[in-house]
Design a protein around this ligand. Structure first.
Ligand code: ACO
Length: 328
């Protein structure tokens, strides 16, 4: 089995910054409530007319440049997203077209926040037998047009963004390696986070729009409990598979949904806060984009270096969850 490694990273956040003070003007909330309950101070949102593939294409181009790989060399493009540009075709095919990645096979994975981790796991399987050599895995999401700006329990939480990695076969000891992956789901809990309208059950209609069924519905405090349990279990599972203890982890990148969830999970795993990469204060919850964006920023700022041992984990609508352990 061939070893798979990360050759390049990239990310893209929209330019428009939406601070907590914006929500103080439109709903009954406060900067103090949002900051203490979530850790979020601001988030980025697209301008009208922009779409997920705009961010994903820029993030991908940046990851390809770092990897020194041209789009024409890509064999595989997987986009973790639940907010593709259109219902059909996939965002993967749009990004393939925009990059000019002629020979790649391209598709999306709809697994909500862990979509990037699901994408990594799928790419790893495709590449391990050597039949696929170079892959692009993206986590990208535009949540700003899926949220109801009148629902204070959800609208303050989310932001838009995209992050990407380019994968290749590892050249040897110093080239890094994806060590272990875990992806899981529990469809019994689908109601906890869902967007009811716009699919085949409740297709687009004036009635659907009037009832606000195009917007994300979430039972936040129920999700909170499941998030902590699944994030801890998934991380422990893959560390045990490799015989690695949390003391050996150089950097922990949890899904950037809520600072309180991240702190509890890090504490239960025995990982000190100085080893936790945090971006939730400036981007909010960007769903599938949260881990690749945080990873790319940590690589480009020089915090994460070649050879570091990285643990990432995520959870989201489905419910879905997962974790990855890799040496960069
Ligand atoms: N401003 C002020 N008050 C608010 C706000 C707000 N923006 N939102 C809710 N409140 C109020 C509630 O109405 C409630 O008031 P009440 O006590 O009078 O009824 C009170 O604050 C407490 O509400 P809770 O929901 O219990 O607050 P909690 O501490 O659980 O925080 C939060 C809510 C931030 C949503 C938290 O539960 C959370 O982060 N959950 C996890 C959500 C998540 O991470 N989802 C990720 C997956 S998303 C995806 O897959 C796309």
């Amino acid at each position: 089995m061939k070893k798979i490694t990360i050759k390049g990273t990239g990310s893209c956040a929209p330019e428009r910054v939406v601070p907590n003070s914006y929500f103080e003007k439109i709903i009954d909330t406060s900067d103090e409530w949002i900051t203490t309950r979530t850790g979020i101070k601001e988030r980025r949102m697209i301008e009208k007319g922009q779409a997920m593939s705009d961010l994903a294409t820029l993030a991908s181009a940046s990851a390809l440049q770092m990897a020194g790989i041209s789009p024409e060399e890509l064999d595989l493009i997987i986009i973790g997203t639940s907010t593709a540009d259109m219902v059909s075709p996939s965002a993967g095919c749009i990004v393939q077209h925009r990059l000019g990645a002629k020979k790649a096979v391209a598709f999306d994975v709809n697994a909500a926040c862990p979509g990037f981790i699901y994408g990594l796991a799928i790419a790893q399987k495709f590449m391990q037998d050597g039949s696929y050599g170079k892959a692009l895995v993206v986590g990208g999401e535009i949540i700003s047009n899926r949220i109801d700006f009148k629902d204070r329990s959800t609208c303050v939480l989310f932001g838009d963004g995209a992050g990407a990695v380019v994968l290749g076969h590892s050249n040897g000891k110093d080239d890094g390696e994806i060590l272990s992956m875990d992806i899981e789901s529990d469809g019994d809990l689908w109601r906890l986070i869902h967007v009811p309208g716009g699919g085949s059950r409740i297709p687009a209609s004036h009635e659907m729009l009037n009832e606000g069924l195009q917007y994300l519905k979430m039972q936040g405090n129920e999700v909170f409990k499941h998030a902590v349990r699944t994030l801890v279990d998934s991380a422990n599972k893959i560390m045990a598979q490799q015989g690695i203890t949390s003391g050996e982890i150089d950097w922990f990148i949890p899904h950037q949904a809520n600072i309180r969830i991240m702190e509890v999970v890090a504490e239960r795993l025995g990982i000190p806060t100085e080893k936790v990469i945090i971006t939730v204060h400036k981007y909010g919850n960007t769903s599938a984009a949260s881990i690749p964006v945080a990873f790319d920023e940590a690589v480009r700022s020089g915090r994460i270096r070649k050879g570091d041992l990285i643990l990432v984990n995520s959870f989201g609508a489905g419910l879905t969850w997962g974790a990855a352990l890799f040496r960069y």
